[in-house]
Design a protein. Structure first.
Length: 185
């Protein structure tokens, strides 16, 4: 239970996360724990089964390499020196789509929901996209992820498409919802 005092999360970028080898290792371990716990609880993060440590480490390595090339942004949220959320976007690889990027992952630890962490991470990633010259930031979400879809709408994303029943998790089917944020002046 919290005392009613809300502490703003510290939002770090990829360069801050990788500037110290010990922090980078702890980040990868904590990110794995958050992602695996969320997927285990049924979160829509692109895995049906919780990802392995190696999968998460490989994913983060790919994202950090893309950040160094100017093709991505990675953000991490900390509360009291504990990782409570992460998110990133990647530029589209096709030359004709380079001015655009996809918000690939946004994950907030279950015990930190409702504290504005998802909003702070998404706002930082949007600012990073603007600074990187991204014209359109896209994302997709599972249709039952109403909290995330509400957050994205509140930050200016609009729905541009929906595939009914496209996501299969066991016997359950969910819509895949496509959203975009136009960052062009």
């Amino acid at each position: 239970m919290t005392s009613g005092v809300t502490t703003a999360p510290a939002i770090l970028d990829a360069m801050e996360l990788t500037s110290e080898p010990g922090l980078e290792v702890r980040f990868a371990e904590s990110a794995h724990r958050i992602l695996a716990d969320l997927v285990r609880g049924g979160a829509a993060l692109g895995w049906v089964e919780p990802p392995s440590r190696d999968e998460v480490a490989e994913l983060l390595g790919h994202v950090v390499a893309a950040v160094r090339d100017g093709d991505a942004a990675l953000r991490a949220a900390y509360l009291d020196r504990r990782l409570v959320g992460l998110g990133y976007w990647l530029r589209y690889a096709r030359p004709t789509h380079r001015p655009h990027a996809d918000l690939e992952k946004l994950a907030v630890a279950a015990d930190a929901h409702g504290r504005g962490i998802g909003r702070a991470l998404t706002a930082a990633l949007i600012a990073d996209a603007r600074e990187a010259g991204v014209e359109v930031l896209t994302l997709d979400a599972r249709g039952d992820n109403t909290h995330a879809l509400c957050l994205y709408r509140s930050l200016g994303f609009t729905e541009y498409g929906r595939l009914p029943g496209f996501v299969a998790v066991g016997e359950h089917r969910y819509d895949k919802v496509f959203c975009m944020l136009d960052l062009r002046p």
